[in-house]
Each structure stands twice: as structure tokens, then as C-alpha cells.
Design a binder for this molecule. Structure first.
Ligand SMILES: [Zn+2]
Length: 179
């Protein structure tokens, strides 16, 4: 797969296909989007929202969630707000998310099958990491989006004038449903 990607990349650069994407680091729509890494949203999310290169900051992870209030997602949003002029944040979950119903016990047993030792897992829990809840998915995407949006609205480092919205996107049609 990597050979194919590198070959395409060479042709892309030499053919100057990048010219149509040239823009700045400042988001023209002053908006940041927190969403899921789902493959169906790679092109669908920007297409369904009419977004082009340079319009928004997009932060993605499994489920579009915030695992830690002072973790990398919030850090990225703070930089987007204070350094790059973002005034609105959209939390966009989606239907049929892979994280929905993720079973942490099953994932842990797969880790063991692939060589992670019981001792290692115990050590992680002794270090105070609630491993199971860190890995766990959510049951209801609407509740997850609402919880994430609420966390951002109440976050002590996010200014009150930043508008926070929550949506669930249909993974097939791209339709946004407000939460
Ligand atoms: Zn997802």
C-alpha cells in the first residue's frame, strides 16, 4: 500500500496538483470540528458541509470524543481558539459508529492474544489507569455528543463566547441532526 501512495505522491507534486489547495493556517470559517476517524467520513464530512481546504480545523479520533479534559483534543481546540482565531466548535458524531458498543474486555483479550502479558496489564492498572473505561466505547452517540459538547461549554479554559454545537451525521447521506 505504501508504494502505491508514494508513487501517487510523486506524480501529485510534479503535476502541480497541489496548486488548487494552497491556503493559510488560519481557518477561513473560524470553525473547528471534532469528529470521528471513521473511513466513511473522510470525504463525506467536508463534502456534506461544503468545506474546502483552508476552511476549518478538523480534529479526529475514535468516536470524536474527549477522553481527558486536559488531553490532546482540548489542547488542539485551545490552540485553534487562541492562536488561530476559531470562534465556533462543532462536535460531529455519526450513525453506526464503530466505537458504539466497543467492548473493552474483548479488546483486552485480543491484546493478550497478540502478546501483551497479564503482568503488563496489571502494572497499568496499578499505575492508576482505568484501562477498561479508557478503552470503552459509548452506547448512545447522541448522549456522547451531548456530553462532549457540555464538557467544552463548561471547560474553564474555553472562553464563554466560543459557540459549541453538537450534531450526529448520517454516515450514508451526510445529513446533520442537531443534538
Ligand atoms: Zn465513528
Amino acid at each position: 500500500m505504501i508504494e502505491e501512495i508514494l508513487e501517487y505522491n510523486k506524480a501529485f507534486v510534479s503535476g502541480k496538483k497541489y496548486e488548487q489547495y494552497i491556503t493559510s493556517k488560519y481557518p477561513d470559517k473560524k470553525t473547528a470540528i471534532l469528529s470521528c476517524m471513521d473511513t466513511r467520513l473522510v470525504e463525506l464530512l467536508p463534502a456534506a458541509l461544503g468545506l474546502k481546504n483552508g476552511d476549518v480545523k478538523i480534529i479526529k479520533n475514535a468516536g470524536g470524543v474527549i477522553s481527558h479534559p486536559f488531553g490532546s483534543v482540548v489542547r488542539s481546540l485551545l490552540i485553534a481558539i487562541y492562536e488561530l482565531g476559531v470562534e465556533e466548535i462543532l462536535v460531529v458524531g455519526h450513525t453506526d459508529c464503530g466505537v458504539q458498543g466497543t467492548n473493552s474486555a474483548e479488546m483486552i483479550s485480543r491484546m493478550k492474544e497478540r502478546g501483551v502479558s497479564e503482568k503488563m496489564l496489571q502494572m497499568i492498572s496499578y499505575c492508576g489507569v482505568d484501562f477498561e473505561s479508557w478503552l470503552a466505547g459509548f452506547d448512545d452517540v447522541y448522549a456522547s455528543v451531548e456530553q462532549t459538547a457540555e464538557l467544552l461549554r463548561k471547560h474553564p479554559l474555553i472562553p464563554g463566547d466560543v459557540k459549541i454545537y453538537g450534531f450526529v451525521m448520517d454516515s450514508v447521506t451526510g445529513e446533520l441532526d442537531p443534538v
